[in-house]
Write a protein that binds this ligand. Structure first.
Ligand SMILES: Nc1ncnc2c1ncn2[C@@H]1O[C@H](COP(=O)(O)OP(=O)(O)OP(=O)(O)O)[C@@H](O)[C@H]1O
Ligand SMILES: [Mg+2]
Length: 213
């Protein structure tokens, strides 16, 4: 089990996440067609293509810079509600990594804690509102609980919690966004942003799990 990632390894983790999100565009847009306007995958695809370009262009100076750059790329390329939300996750989350030289379980927990705080400050969604917060919040709690076990174990727990949270959104009515106007027709469909959140964390785990050390 890998305990921590260097800056360069973490850059590779985020590039793996970007490739996975780009490949998942159709699934994400199909999910958004059920309860939104069907553009979630297009937005995420565009966002993570921008992340890919930025991370391949220049080597980031620090972990904080790496996550901030990722957030800025998402924010400026996706646009709309989810650009602000996913960009803020990474930009605010970067604050939790200030001064860190390696991404370890404590850093992961801080990234998720600060990211969640930023997302909730920006979007005002609470848990139970059928948004990505229903996936990110349990992931943040799971990572905080597993801080002593190393990065790979903490990421495994966070990804599992994010997926469980995403599945629970199927049974929720939406409190914000377009799905709100759907009322009970939103029942039975998971929130697209929660699917993206679970995918991001699952692919972070997979990238770390296949690294040596
Ligand atoms: N205020 C918010 N707080 C947290 N997450 C939000 C908020 N608003 C939207 N989201 C997330 O963004 C996702 C929608 O992303 P999408 O890319 O489809 O944006 P959109 O098209 O602007 O929104 P919609 O499809 O709901 O009209 C939702 O599934 C939800 O998880
Ligand atoms: Mg949409």
């Amino acid at each position: 089990m890998k305990a921590a990632c260097t800056l360069e390894e973490t850059r590779r983790v985020l590039l793996f996440v970007a490739a996975r999100m780009i490949a998942s565009q159709d699934v994400l847009s199909e999910a958004d067609r059920q309860i939104g306007d069907g553009d979630h995958g297009v937005g995420m695809g565009r966002g993570f293509e921008a992340v890919q370009t930025r991370l391949l262009q220049a080597a980031p100076a620090s972990l904080e810079d790496l996550f901030k750059t990722t957030g800025m790329a998402l924010l400026t390329s996706i646009g709309g509600a989810s650009g602000a939300i996913f960009g803020t996750w990474f930009r605010s989350g970067a604050k939790g990594l200030a001064g860190a030289e390696q991404l370890d379980a404590g850093g992961l927990a801080a990234f998720l804690r600060e990211g969640l705080a930023g997302v909730q400050e920006r979007g005002k969604a609470q848990e139970g509102g059928k948004t990505m917060v229903d996936s990110l919040a349990p992931a943040a709690r799971a990572a905080a609980e597993r801080q002593s076990e190393g990065l790979e174990a903490a990421l495994a727990a966070a990804a599992q919690a994010a997926e469980d949270g995403m599945q629970r959104t199927e049974g929720m009515l939406a409190a914000v966004g377009r799905a709100k106007t759907l009322g009970e027709r939103a029942l039975g469909h998971p929130d697209p942003g929660a699917i993206s959140t679970a995918l991001i964390l699952r692919s972070m785990f997979q990238a770390v799990a296949q690294m040596d050390g």
